[in-house]
Write a protein that binds this ligand. Sequence first.
Ligand code: AKB
Length: 328
Amino acid sequence: MNHQEIILVTGACGQIGTELVKVLRDKYGRERVIATDIRSIDETSSAEGPYFRLDVLDTHELQKLVTSLNVTHIYHLAAVLSANGEKNPLGAWDLNMQSLLNVLEVARMEKLQQVFWPSSIAVFGPESPKQLCGQYALIEPTTVYGVSKAAGEHWCRYYHKQYGLDVRSLRYPGLISHSAQAGGGTTDYAVDIFHQAVGKGYYECYLGEQTRLPMLYMPDAVRATLQLMDAPAENLSIRSSYNLAGISFTPAELAAQINTLLPLTITYQPDMRQSIADSWPESIDDQQAANDWGWAPAYDLKSMTADMLQNLGNYEGSSSSSIGMSKH
Ligand code: AKB
């Protein structure tokens, strides 16, 4: 990016946005990264840089912001995740699809340089391979979230092929971070468990103990995102969305790893999220990302767990509020 370029991030107060905005501002400068979210300014920390309230379903407002601020890049992160999506399937489809189409259209019309849009391992379904699910494995999702991500991938490829729009995407696994809560996903337990371990030493898990899912620590996810966006266009063979892998583990394995550093009792009470988790692969083959732009995760279960607990400990020590409270 040169010094003329301006990044706009939608869903900036969400799990990925909270962390990505910080890193983008460190890298490109505070004023060049515009954070937007549906939340109003007093519900968020605008002091850290430019912030605008934006409902990304309002294409007119989106276009106005893009043109008035000379935006050149959009990271479109606003979305409803898998578990919340099942509570209101048509609402989730509407938000996830229409917002993506709005962003792609504005990017095409205003000739933006780049768009980033997250897809998910939720594009895969029960018929996809459970182990090391490949880049081109069968995509038959059973959640509305997965259906919206699968359709979105086709739209991204379409805009690249038809209009030359440089849109790039990653199929994130479950993301684990200490500075932002997850919200409405199936993999959220892997964040909640840390907060409950630090706060209460007890966690009731809504997935069964042997439910293995692909996960990724947030510093790795942010690094992957920047690495993909910086990669020379000619190196990219995938214009739908890249498989991305980090660590695969079960709730029992995560609890055991936490227990090496902190006493934790875990019980299991599977709910409707179990069937979503059962429909997804246990591990992902991300060889294509490694080949095309040099991707390799840095954190394993042990180092991720130690880093999470260290950061949550610091957080608790420096705040009077409950560790279980959302950062937002
Ligand atoms: C979810 O659980 O819905 C998300 C995802 C895997 O995309 N974390």
